[in-house]
Ligand binder design. Structure first.
Ligand SMILES: Cc1cc2nc3c(=O)[nH]c(=O)nc-3n(C[C@H](O)[C@H](O)[C@H](O)COP(=O)(O)OP(=O)(O)OC[C@H]3O[C@@H](n4cnc5c(N)ncnc54)[C@H](O)[C@@H]3O)c2cc1C
Length: 467
């Protein structure tokens, strides 16, 4: 028989958990204990063992990674009881460039959601500008045979669509609840949630940490956060932007300007005539520079204006961190897995993360859904196989992006690499496939770039630390 979540009531207010959320509160056991000292930390918490957990999987975080995992679990095994938890209520904003590359379109397709972005205009072109005003323009890369395009859509809207699709597929909704702790008990994992004065414990066969860059699940599993060198910081805003011809830009624009080095600025055009504009850099460099993210954004706006762009109506500035995949941690844990930003699945060069988080959610569900009710050993094997598959797909790609990031830390190399890309279509396509696709380290491409002039006459390629 299914068992309901375990509910603990705060002694002071004795708030009732809503009836539709909690089917049974027979597990209520410590109503007299104050909630101020956390039972998982004091070791006092010892709920009764159950033959079957209340949920086959509980996913913390209803961003793209968590919702994709939830949808995929229901697609692979419709009878699995899946719950999704988020401290926010949807729709909610998320600091992001709002750029959804070809990878996102391909995952949506695999999740049976290809119609989700049908009404959004396609962006097919990318323009990259570098130090010394080198400029190169071309098409986005093709991925898994899908059209070469991306979409720019506010995360407020995109994430709400994914969340709604997850709930429509039969996933239990715990939005408004914040994850605070977890512990393995017998053949289940207990998951502690709070909402205001209420607290609630769910038991599950598998906990999925998809709770973003500041992941509390990651911390609870004892996984260290990324170093400052492997963490980005970005500021995004919305603005009215007209290009030098006075029209709304229709391409993804990236600017590796000297003043932003080793980061870059972007202008991504939205459907409503506004653009998402922002700047991305590395936390370690940002701390050294002792500036503010708003100063970086100001420097980028000045640069745009100096190139004939008009920029007005800047609003909704928001800063957030981006732990990148050069610090990819262990993904598989006892009855738990990490995906998305919680697992540092961000491209070290471009800062793109939506695609990898969504694909990780899909791969995790494919590997584990069939064995969620099996023994610990089969689940462990499935979790390890998920981690192997993710690394097989993306390790070389992330290494390539990390290398590109190291190379473009040097202004000289940044300019040179763009000049080579301007002269050679294949090099351009390779570079955009590192940014928005799945290209890995390709020695032949490196050799080709070298031959085309990546090395200065008689000079040596400087990869690390250059400015
Ligand atoms: C400035 C900036 C620009 C970016 N631009 C792009 C871009 O253009 N394209 C791109 O692909 N990527 C971009 N990224 C990266 C992208 O935003 C992330 O990779 C992506 O959001 C990761 O999705 P996620 O589902 O892992 O996490 P998130 O989208 O962060 O979702 C995590 C969810 O977990 C919830 N949560 C957190 N803690 C708890 C808790 N304790 N309990 C319950 N819920 C919790 C949060 O409310 C949130 O809804 C950018 C990032 C930044 C900061």
């Amino acid at each position: 028989m299914d068992q309901g979540p375990i509910v603990r009531r705060d002694q002071r207010k004795r708030n009732r958990i809503s009836a539709e959320r909690v089917s049974a509160d027979s597990n209520l056991r410590d109503g007299s204990r104050p909630t101020t000292s956390h039972p998982f930390e004091t070791g006092q918490y010892a709920p009764p063992m159950r033959r079957r957990p209340a949920y086959d999987t509980v996913i913390i975080g209803a961003g793209p990674a968590g919702t994709s995992a939830a949808i995929a679990f229901k697609r692979v095994s419709p009878d699995r009881r899946v719950a999704i938890v988020d401290q926010a209520s949807f729709p909610r904003d998320k600091a992001c460039g709002d750029g959804l590359g070809p990878g996102v379109l391909s995952v949506l397709d695999r999740l049976g959601l290809s119609a989700m972005l049908d009404d959004e205009p396609r962006r097919r072109t990318v323009e990259v500008r570098g130090p010394g005003d080198v400029r190169v323009t071309g098409a986005l890369p093709q991925l898994h045979g899908k059209e070469e395009c991306g979409v720019v859509m506010e995360r407020l809207r995109f994430d709400h669509r994914l969340y709604s699709a997850a709930i429509a597929s039969g996933v239990a909704d715990y939005t408004g609840w914040r994850f605070t702790g977890t512990a393995v008990r017998g053949d289940a994992r207990l998951v502690e949630l709070v909402r205001g004065d209420e607290s609630l414990t769910l038991s599950t066969g598998l906990l999925v940490g998809a709770d973003g860059a500041g992941s509390r699940v990651r911390r609870a599993l004892g996984v260290e956060r990324n170093s400052d060198r492997h963490t980005g910081i970005g500021i995004r805003a919305y603005a009215e932007i007209r290009d030098p011809d006075g029209v709304h830009p229709d391409r993804l624009f990236l600017d590796y300007a000297e003043r932003l080095n080793p980061g870059y600025g972007w202008v991504f055009p939205l459907r409503d005539g506004r653009s998402n504009i922002g700047v991305f850099t590395v936390v370690a460099d940002f701390k050294e520079r002792r500036s503010r993210t708003t100063d970086l954004l100001g420097a980028f706006v000045e640069r745009l204006e100096s190139h004939g762009y008009s920029v007005s109506g800047i609003s909704s500035e928001r800063t957030f961190v981006l732990p990148n995949a050069a610090g990819l941690p262990k993904l598989a844990h006892p009855r738990a897995a990490l995906i998305g930003d919680a697992a540092s699945m961000i491209n070290p060069w471009s800062g793109e993360g939506v695609f990898y988080g969504m694909e990780a959610g899909r791969l995790l569900a494919t590997a584990t859904a069939p064995v969620l009710r099996a023994t610990d050993a089969s689940l462990d094997r499935a979790l390890r196989s998920f981690e192997r598959e993710f690394r097989r797909r993306f390790s070389s790609h992330f290494r390539g992006c990390h290398l590109a990031h190291r190379i473009t830390r040097s202004k000289v190399m940044s300019a040179r690499i763009l000049r080579v890309a301007d002269r050679d279509e294949r090099v351009f396509r390779y570079l955009t496939s590192l940014m928005f696709g799945e290209a890995g380290v390709e020695p032949r491409m490196l050799a080709r770039m070298a031959l085309k002039g990546l090395w200065s006459r008689g000079g040596r390629l400087r990869i690390a630390g250059g400015r």
